[in-house]
Design a protein around this ligand. Structure first.
Ligand code: AMP
Length: 398
């Protein structure tokens, strides 16, 4: 990788402006999942041990340039303090003379967290002056927020161009893992793509069919492919207007020697509710008033067979409407099998994007996958083959 890491710099006594992603799910100030906070601890600890001074910057939610108490990063301070086992100072100011003075007063190993960068609209517009003000706060810029790197914002791109820069441990691991699975994967390579709709994952599908040997399509998006193939799918979620697109994807897959695996059976119900009876049906037998809500057992078996003959797995999106039982079974059973193969060193498994992490956590396999990316949009854009501005600006300035 042609990007510098924190170890490439002499950082003792230096102010490290560390871009992290503290955008954790909150409910009334309570952190619902602290995975993102845990994931930045290694980089912070390295900087501390090398006697650098840490200035943390991050966004939270989408406040659109206006202060909102419920999106203040001050709420994160107690949890971060606990995880790091040391005091985390907080500044409600992000730019200006007072905060600049504070950064110069920091002692080696001190940690100062700045307020949500998106309380300034200049953050999302990647304003030059704002970036310059941010750059004054550090001697070195370190980006450990892969999950925010698909955005060309002041804290991810603007400031990176103005300071000597590098990536943190999390970002390094994320880039290396994703590069390995997409650019030089151990073959055969299988991709599992699920979730609600094709329309949100067109670029992803088109990029993957050029690279993977097997493409497993599940979730609501499989319905559109089944419909395009002339199969009656009853009341199932379906993007009928994308029939031709689905057919084109299937044709392109064939041309690229990519075998597409669609569900052969499904768990169906008349309503999407816990008290509506569910039944397993062959795909060809779906009734008019039924909807497909999960893949069925024989589809699961087929997918497991494909996993058994593959060396690398990329996973995005659930196989069914996993939020409601029993429609989580397809995702649970197939992901558990992938986790078992991974544990036995037979499969390299990488998953990420949107609901995928919660679906795999529900399956309790999140720790057994080789890598679970906490990045949503950034993971998807990488898998779509797009350039991420927050990473390319670091590459260019080396
Ligand atoms: P995505 O964010 O595109 O990965 O989509 C995730 C969403 O797809 C989840 O909320 C699932 O409930 C939904 N989903 C998956 N399969 C189905 C299905 N067969 N019918 C309706 N929704 C589904």
């Amino acid at each position: 990788m042609m990007i510098k890491t924190i170890n490439d710099y002499e950082i003792t006594n230096k102010r490290i402006l560390l871009r992290v992603d503290l955008n954790v799910p909150l409910d009334n100030g309570q952190i619902l999942d602290n995975s993102r906070l845990k994931s930045i601890v290694p980089t912070i600890n390295i900087i501390k041990s090398l006697k650098g001074k840490i200035i943390l910057i991050s966004h939270m939610g989408r406040p659109k340039g206006i202060y909102q108490k419920e999106l203040s990063l001050e709420q994160i301070v107690p949890e971060l303090t606990g995880l790091l086992n040391c005091q985390v100072h907080f500044s409600s100011q992000i730019i200006g003379n007072d905060i600049l003075k504070k950064t110069h007063e920091l002692k080696c190993g001190d940690i100062l967290l700045l307020e949500n960068t998106r309380f300034h609209h200049e953050e999302t517009s990647n304003n030059e002056n704002f970036s310059r003000e941010l750059a004054k706060l550090g001697d070195i810029y370190c980006n450990d927020a892969f999950s925010a790197s698909h955005r060309a914002h002041a804290s991810t791109v603007g400031v990176a161009k103005l300071l000597p820069n590098c990536v943190g441990c999390l970002m390094k691991k994320e880039i290396e893992t994703l590069e390995k699975v997409l650019k030089e994967p151990e073959k055969p390579l299988v991709a599992v793509i699920g979730g609600a709709k094709i329309s949100t994952k067109l670029d992803l599908l088109l990029n993957l069919i050029e690279k993977v040997d097997y493409l497993v399509i599940g979730g609501g998006m499989a319905n559109t492919f089944l419909f395009a193939k002339g199969i009656k799918i009853g009341n199932s979620l379906c993007e009928k207007d994308l029939k031709n697109t689905a057919l084109k994807i299937l044709a392109k897959a064939k041309k690229n020697n990519c075998l597409v695996i669609l569900p052969s059976d499904a768990v169906v119900s008349k309503k999407f509710s816990s008290n509506s009876k569910s039944i397993v049906r062959e795909i060809k037998d779906i009734k008019k008033d039924e909807m497909i809500l999960d893949i069925g057992p024989s589809s699961c078996d087929k997918i497991k067979k494909v996993f058994s003959i593959s060396k690398t797995l990329i996973w995005n999106g659930p196989m069914g409407a996993f939020e409601l039982k029993p429609y989580d079974e397809g995702t649970i059973s197939t992901s558990k099998f992938a986790a078992k193969l991974t544990k036995n060193n037979k499969l390299i498994s990488v998953a990420g994007g949107g609901d995928t992490v919660s679906a795999l956590k529900q399956s309790e396999v999140d720790k057994d996958f080789t890598y679970l990316s906490l990045a949503g949009g950034a993971f998807l854009e990488w898998m779509e083959g797009k350039e991420l501005p927050g990473i390319s600006c670091l590459l260019r300035s080396v």
